[in-house]
Design a protein around this ligand. Structure first.
Ligand SMILES: [Zn+2]
Ligand SMILES: [Zn+2]
Length: 308
């Protein structure tokens, strides 16, 4: 279902026509569950989920508002844009905690269009208002000086987002999470967090079998994608101990990406316990499985990955 931007958030200001350029994703928070500042996470980063998707001339498209969004918000104020889209995967705290610390929402004249998996605009607004209600945070949503608007999407929707086209897909996570695929000018980046595998160990695509129905849907969703950012919080042995926690492991993401003929898999939502030296090892291990068809790397806070 394609819905007009006008219907979703009111008028979107006109942008100059796109010059040819790279679509890229910059990681402002790569950690899962809880921020992990400290000497052991300095190089790979301790902030929780926040991604910035950029293409020249388009306003920023931000996914999730974990603690990484604080630094991003400060950076955005120094740029020419006075509008952005912010899309949430789900409302676990590691994806929401940064919202009241995100500078654009305190900037008069800044337009922040928030898109949330929900059944209605009112429910979408309520999900944030519950947090900015004077109890969990001193700021109240109604007191913000910027122009914050809300839109609801359901998994399966395809919708325009400030010049990008975005599609959602329901993932496998307690309470639900929505994965997204962003497209512009034939380039694509998918953001797939938080999600457990869609098949039991020993079954499905990661075991060399034909994909089950849900796996087939994910593979279709990721078809020929330039960059796939995927929740791989655990290694396989850790996953087997925590199968109901709603997170995946690299071999599983790799199997999906190979079946989908995706070009670059970026491992994401790193475990809080993963220290820099362990992340170095993990990165070396998974970079080494890259081949001519699929590149593999670990997301690092502050780094950007280009679609092409
Ligand atoms: Zn998470
Ligand atoms: Zn979650």
């Amino acid at each position: 279902m394609l819905r007009a931007g006008l219907m979703r958030h009111g008028p979107v200001s006109a942008h100059p026509s796109l010059a040819k350029g790279n679509l890229e994703v910059r990681f402002w928070g790569v950690r899962g569950s809880i921020p992990t500042p400290g000497e052991h996470t300095r190089r790979w980063g301790g902030n929780t989920s926040c991604l910035e998707i950029r293409h020249e001339n388009l306003p920023p498209l931000v996914f999730d508002c974990g603690t990484g969004s604080r630094e991003l918000g400060v950076r955005l104020l120094g740029e020419k844009h006075r509008e952005l889209d912010l899309v949430f995967t789900h409302f676990h705290m590691d994806h929401v905690f940064g919202f009241p610390f995100f500078a654009p929402i305190y900037t008069p004249g800044y337009q922040v269009r928030v898109t949330i998996p929900a059944y209605s605009e009112e429910e979408a607004r309520e999900k944030i208002a519950r947090y900015l209600n004077g109890v969990y945070h001193p700021t109240r949503l109604r007191d913000l000086p910027s122009k914050v608007t809300f839109a609801a999407i359901r998994p399966g929707d395809s919708f325009p987002c400030g010049g990008f086209t975005v599609k959602g897909l329901l993932l496998n996570h307690p309470g639900g999470s929505v994965g997204y695929r962003v497209e512009v000018e034939g380039q694509s980046i998918a953001y797939m967090t938080d999600s457990a595998p869609f098949a039991r160990p020993g079954e499905g695509v990661a075991s060399g079998e034909a994909p089950n129905k849900r796996e087939a849907d994910v593979i279709e969703f990721l078809k020929d994608c330039d960059v796939v950012v995927y929740d791989t919080m655990y290694e396989l042995d850790e996953y087997l101990d925590r199968m109901t926690w709603g997170h995946s492991y690299p071999d599983y993401a790799l199997a999906l990406c190979r079946a989908a003929k995706a070009k670059h898999l970026v491992l994401f939502h790193h475990a809080p316990d993963a220290r820099d030296d362990q992340m170095d090892e993990r990165n070396a291990k998974w970079v080494a499985v890259s081949d001519a068809n699929l590149r593999v790397s670990c997301a690092r806070e502050g780094e950007a990955v280009k679609a092409r």
